[in-house]
Ligand binder design. Structure first.
Ligand SMILES: Nc1nc2c(ncn2[C@@H]2O[C@H](COP(=O)(O)OP(=O)(O)OP(=O)(O)O)[C@@H](O)[C@H]2O)c(=O)[nH]1
Ligand SMILES: [Mg+2]
Length: 462
């Protein structure tokens, strides 16, 4: 496989739809496009004009019509990949798109790998790596804020911030290196503390700011896994249905109704939640129920947010105690006292005393009471846990970026601490490493394996 052959793929989702696009990119794109596409009108010597839409047909090698299409020929470099591109707008039937793609492959293109079009945009210097990654994030964004972050990163926001930081590290590094290379030229009195420290302190502050926003950015991008837990019959499935405003889960007065995990998506105060309804947790001999309970416990492990449902009509029980013991220290929990439409045997004060430090909300899942308060409580708790809604949203959204920033921050901090004690060689080594690390975000110092890993997460055709 070469980076410069001609590739093709179906670039729209597979399924029935208005249009589906087969995209071809590379040096042979125009030749292949002309081979498979026949314009309806007789075209003159200027054919095909760049960035112009032609009406016509894709024909098989035998001259049979495969589809009626619109084709665009786009000359490099003003294209997505900076190579010649041909896009064929077909009727979006699974079979039609496959046939058109096969015809294109038969005419000399190679099937593109996942993310290969975007990888070429990166390799050809149209976008840097963080911009390439933000394209995937835009496609996958589950909340308005995540989409905004993705778009601002595509426009180069993160790259600019990282660029500034790397520039500052380089300045500090060059001052240290100057002392290393020409010790005699440098005034011994010259104070490293004065020369390098302010620059590096600023770098550390900028990196900390980026790191602080990472958790929130990531949560907004990926969604927050939220488990609804509680003893059998507390009303967990009813609450899921009430929050999703649809009859998703089976609700029944028989305890142990829910056996398997059931998930649904919901946006609460701008946070994308993946809500999981779980089996009621209690001791049981029923093997199916036991499996369900094991899944419920795994969901608790995985969850960033727990909605612990108590039955207000039954009072505190040992089963509630056992469920509450599953909460991990530091885990975000909202406690719900459900069934407030019935005579109450569980007071919020008692719950607060038993499980201190968590917000308590009263609801009736069957009468849709208290749901707004529940959403409020979830929103405030997540604001608190994820670092609040700053005026400016965080730039970072991927764990990869967060990891790199953390590593670079640790290196810069260690240099700052050891500035007057350590040999200059060591300081310079650490700074160089921080500079190189940060280059992995924009792709300036990135390895082939890392590129493979990043782009393999893309979909085919992007
Ligand atoms: N009165 C009243 N009944 C409720 C309320 N919420 C749930 N119920 C009833 O309680 C019973 C159990 O509800 P579910 O939602 O199935 O409870 P669950 O916690 O999912 O139960 P399992 O799946 O068995 O663990 C059903 O008969 C519901 O109609 C409520 O707010 N008020
Ligand atoms: Mg249930």
């Amino acid at each position: 496989m070469s980076d410069f052959d001609t590739i093709a793929a179906i670039s729209t989702p597979i399924g029935e739809g208005g249009i589906g696009i087969v995209r071809i990119s590379g040096p042979e794109a125009f030749a292949i496009g002309k081979k498979v596409f026949t314009p309806r009108r007789q075209e003159g010597p200027g054919y095909p004009r760049s960035h112009y839409l032609y009406y016509g047909h894709v024909l098989s090698a035998e001259g049979e019509v495969i589809d009626e299409v619109l084709a665009a020929f786009m000359k490099a470099p003003r294209t997505y990949t900076r190579e010649d591109i041909v896009e064929i707008n077909c009727h979006s039937g699974v079979l039609t798109l496959r046939k058109v793609l096969n015809r294109v492959l038969e005419a000399g293109a190679r099937l593109a790998q996942p993310g290969e079009f975007t990888r070429r945009a990166f390799l050809n210097g149209r976008i840097d790596l963080s911009q390439a990654e933000s394209i995937m994030r835009i496609i996958r964004a589950r909340s308005e804020e995540a989409l905004r972050i993705g778009l601002s990163n595509l426009q180069g926001r993160l790259s600019r911030e990282i660029g500034t930081i790397r520039e500052k590290i380089l300045t500090a590094l060059s001052r240290i290196e100057a002392r290393l290379d020409f010790p005699e030229d440098v005034d011994d009195e010259l104070d490293l503390e004065r020369e390098v420290k302010p620059e590096l302190a600023e770098v550390a502050a900028m990196l900390s700011r980026l790191a602080a926003g990472a958790g929130r950015g990531h949560a907004l991008q990926e969604g927050i896994y939220t488990a609804i837990i509680g003893k059998p019959n507390a009303g967990k499935s009813s609450l899921l249905n009430a929050l999703l405003r649809e009859e998703r889960a089976i609700v029944h007065e028989i305890p142990g109704t829910t056996r398997d995990l059931l998930e649904g998506y919901l946006t609460v105060k701008g946070y994308p939640l993946c809500l999981a309804d779980t089996a009621g947790i209690h001791r049981t001999d029923d093997p199916v129920e036991q499996k369900g309970i094991a899944r419920a416990k795994a969901a608790v492990e995985r969850a960033r947010l727990l909605i612990l449902v108590l039955d207000g009509s039954t009072g505190w029980s040992r089963e509630d105690e056992e469920v509450a013991e599953l909460i991990r220290p530091g885990q975000a929990v909202v406690i719900v006292i459900n069934k407030i439409d019935l005579p109450q045997r569980l007071k919020p004060e008692e719950v607060r005393a038993r499980l201190p430090g968590h917000p308590v909300v009263c609801t009736s899942a069957v009468h849709n009471l208290g749901l707004d308060q529940l959403e409020e409580a979830i929103g405030s708790l997540l604001d608190e846990k994820l670092g609040g809604r700053e005026a400016e949203s965080p730039a970072m959204v991927s764990l990869r970026h967060a990891g790199i920033v953390q590593e670079a921050l640790a290196l810069v901090q260690s240099v700052l601490e050891a500035l007057s004690r350590q040999p200059l060689e060591l300081l310079s080594m650490d700074l160089k490493e921080a500079w190189l690390k940060l280059g992995e975000i924009t792709g300036e110092t990135v390895s082939e394996e890392l590129l493979d890993r990043i782009f393999s997460e893309f979909c085919i055709g992007k």
